[in-house]
Design a protein around this ligand. Structure first.
Ligand code: IMP
Ligand code: MG
Length: 186
């Protein structure tokens, strides 16, 4: 196999995930929260984020009592274009749990143009949650085309290439790779 250029190692990702979980725990101390992951890319990130949120509740981390119950939901939207451009979006699978008056955290892998996030945010807003915040692992700020507040960001970097691994696929594969690497242009 050709050597991959690793951009965010497994250790770096886990460190940021811990920090993000602490920030979310502080924001929502004692409150039940619903993590809404955007399929498929956010599944690894959501899994690790959720695990640390649970650890914080039982570990004795100073000034951080943790959140209440953590619920998990998934949302699937598809683009009419090739999946990473700003096409029209279509709902493929909605969340099942009503989130009216709930504290919702939208969990996304990559914020590129933010088309997907803007759509998902508006979609969830209509369900009248008590709060709705956005947590993304990787932001590509120079590519953003839509106004979306990213409340919690793992890594924000300009000039990022197309990424694979840690939930992100390369032609359908490599989603379970525990680090993020550059997908070389064809
Ligand atoms: P958007 O342009 O921010 O709407 O992103 C469209 C979709 O493409 C999102 O669901 C992202 O998860 C995905 N995406 C954006 N950049 C990358 C990347 O570098 N690798 C894999 N998926 C990406
Ligand atoms: Mg995605």
């Amino acid at each position: 196999m050709e050597e991959r250029r690793v951009l965010f190692s497994g250790e770096q990702i886990q460190q940021r995930v811990r920090e993000l979980a602490v920030a979310i725990s502080r924001q929502h101390r004692g409150q039940d929260i619903v993590l809404v992951g955007l399929l498929k890319g956010a599944f690894m990130f959501l899994r690790d984020l959720g695990a640390v949120l649970e650890q914080i509740k039982t570990a004795n981390i100073a000034d951080c009592p943790g959140v209440g119950k953590v619920f998990v939901e998934f949302l699937s939207v598809s683009s009419y274009n090739d999946g990473h451009t700003s096409g029209d979006l279509k709902l493929e699978m909605d969340i099942r749990r009503p989130v009216k008056d709930a504290h919702v955290v939208l969990v996304e892998d990559v914020a590129d143009t933010c088309n997907t996030l803007a759509w998902a945010y508006a979609h969830l807003r209509k369900k009248e949650p008590a709060s709705l915040s956005v947590c993304v692992l990787v932001a590509k700020p120079d590519k953003h085309r839509h106004e979306v507040t990213l409340h919690h960001v793992g890594f924000s970097q300009t000039d990022l290439p197309f990424l694979g691994g840690y939930g992100l696929d390369v032609a359908g594969a490599d989603r379970c790779v525990p680090y993020i690497f550059e997908v070389p242009p064809e």
